[in-house]
Structure formats: C-alpha cells, structure tokens
Ligand binder design. Structure first.
Ligand code: ATR
Length: 275
C-alpha cells in the first residue's frame, strides 16, 4: 500500500496540493498517495488523529488550522517556532513533528527560479499577519541586510519586530516609506478583496522585484499595482506554493523533487482556467 499524505483545511476542495504532490511522486518514483482532508472548524485535532491512526504518514495544514497544528504538535522545527505556525506535519514513530515550509518556499522561489540574491538585500515586507511572520526567519537566514515591515495596524508590525529581536528588522509606517528597497514582498491579504496595498508607487518603481505571496489564475491586484507603478519585475505566489510543497516532500521523503516542470504545468493550467 502507498504511503498516505493529505492536505487538511477548511475549505480544501480548491487546494492545488494534491496535483502538485502527485507530480512530485511520479517524478521521483516515491510510492506516495496524497489526498484532501476536510476538517470541521472545531474538529481539527480529531481529524488529524484519525488520519494518523488509519496509517497516514503526514499532512499539509492550510487555513484556518496552522496555529492549531502548531499547538498540537509536540515537536517543532526552528522555522515553525519562529512562524508560530505549522504547515507540515510528519508522523514519526516517536511522535508528530511540526514544520513550516512556507518561508523556505518563498526564499527558494526568489533565489532559484527568479535569480534574486537575498544576501545583502534591503527588503520591504508588507503585512504583519501569519504569512509575514513565517517569511521573516528564512529571509534573515538567507542573508537579508534588513527587513522593514509596514502594516496597516502599526502595533502588529512593532510586535513582530519585538518578537524577533534582530537588529536587521524595523517597523515602518506606510507614509514613511522611501524608495530604498530592492525587493518588496506582499504578505497582506488586501488583494483578496481587490484592495491596493497603501505602498507608495515610488517605492515599487525603485524595486528590482515585487513579489506577491498570493496567486490567482489572472494577474493578482498586487502584481498589477507593481507593474503599473513601473516596477522592473513582479511575480505572484505560485512559485512559492510549488516550492513550499517541494520542501514538505523533502521533509517527509528525504528527496527534493524538481520544481521547474511542476511550476510550468501549473502555470499552464491556471492560464487555461483564466481563458
Ligand atoms: P495571513 O495569515 O494571511 O497573514 P492575517 O493574519 O489575517 O492573514 O493577516 C492579514 C494581513 O493583511 C495583515 O497584515 C492585515 O493588516 P492588519 O494587521 O492591519 O489587519 C493585512 N491587510 C488585510 N487587508 C488589508 C488592506 N485592505 N490593506 C492593507 N493591509 C491589509
């Protein structure tokens, strides 16, 4: 019987993870079966424990359960502790292990696929929620020279800076931003409602790359905002999605799949859906 994995969330019907992991399994020859697990809002722990008792080997965790997964897992990676959230659970004989591959996925997409050198880079991180928090340690470990965090609610940016206690981190008000960043990362959910992020156009115009952590079949509102502001290059979060999945596959199987062909296949699928 194949080793069983799944993505647990609510909703999960839209998740691309099963199609990504099926491609990884095919490519690497790993005997893996990957499905979807819909958990009721108050039934996360029960769903996870049943999946494990039935022989499941690991799970990806998506909204709204990443914090609950962190609280449930008895052991964590350093990057999961820094994020305060778990998106990857591995069921080891000694107990469950909680990891977070989201930030590593962002770093890998930026460096490997987009050729952006993070070492020494000056980065503007927009947002101070879970997505932003998960990106900070991997960006610092990749050698970022500094990371300025701008958030609508200023106190949340200050809290993040205090939590990491790293001199390279600072909180900044949107209206105090100058064009001084090579990379701008959007970790706000503003685009979900079609809203613009209140970052000055001049900041985007000066950046070499603007990266949205969200993706869609069509151009995301933040990618459009960056393009219209005159930013040299912009990407959405599809590459990050594929890379975080590859990192989870590595955590489970000890094998890192090639991501480029999977990214290309997904991008083509999305383009076909948009037509
Ligand atoms: P996630 O886990 O996806 O990061 P979250 O914790 O709800 O979700 O955080 C959402 C982020 O998007 C926050 O930084 C939020 O700003 P606030 O802390 O001020 O709420 C930001 N955000 C959401 N809608 C926004 C908008 N219209 N403009 C600017 N920022 C927005």
């Amino acid at each position: 019987m194949s080793d069983r994995y799944a993505v647990v969330g609510n909703p999960v019907a839209h998740s691309r993870s099963p199609s990504i992991h099926a491609r990884f399994a095919h490519q690497t020859g790993e005997d893996v079966e990957y499905g979807r697990l819909l958990a009721p809002p108050d039934g996360f722990v029960e769903a996870v424990e049943r999946f494990r008792a039935d022989g499941g080997r690991g799970l990806n965790v998506t909204l709204p359960f990443k914090l609950e997964a962190f609280a449930w897992a008895p052991r964590h990676s350093a990057r999961a502790r820094a994020a305060g959230a778990v998106n990857t659970l591995r069921f080891d004989p000694g107990g469950a292990y909680g990891d977070n591959t989201d930030g590593a996925g962002l770093v890998r997409d930026l460096e490997s696929r987009l050729g952006f050198a993070l070492a020494g880079a000056s980065i503007l991180l927009l947002g101070a929620g879970g997505a932003a928090r998960g990106a900070i340690l991997p960006l610092l470990e990749a050698g970022a020279a500094r990371i300025a965090i701008a958030n609508r609610t200023a106190s949340r940016a200050l809290e993040l800076v205090a939590a990491f206690a790293d001199p390279r981190l600072e909180a900044r008000a949107f209206d105090a931003l100058a064009p001084e960043f090579e990379l701008v990362v959007n970790a706000t959910s503003a685009g979900v409602g079609g809203a613009r992020v209140p970052v000055p156009d001049a900041v985007l115009r000066r950046a070499a790359l603007a990266c949205d952590m969200y993706y869609a079949a069509r151009e995301t509102p933040f990618v459009a905002q960056a393009r219209e502001a005159g930013c040299a290059a912009a990407c959405d979060g599809l590459g990050m999605l594929v890379e975080q999945a590859a990192e989870s596959f590595l955590v489970w199987r000890g094998v890192r799949p090639l991501t480029a062909p999977v990214y290309e296949a997904l991008r083509a699928e999305l383009a076909a859906e948009a037509r």
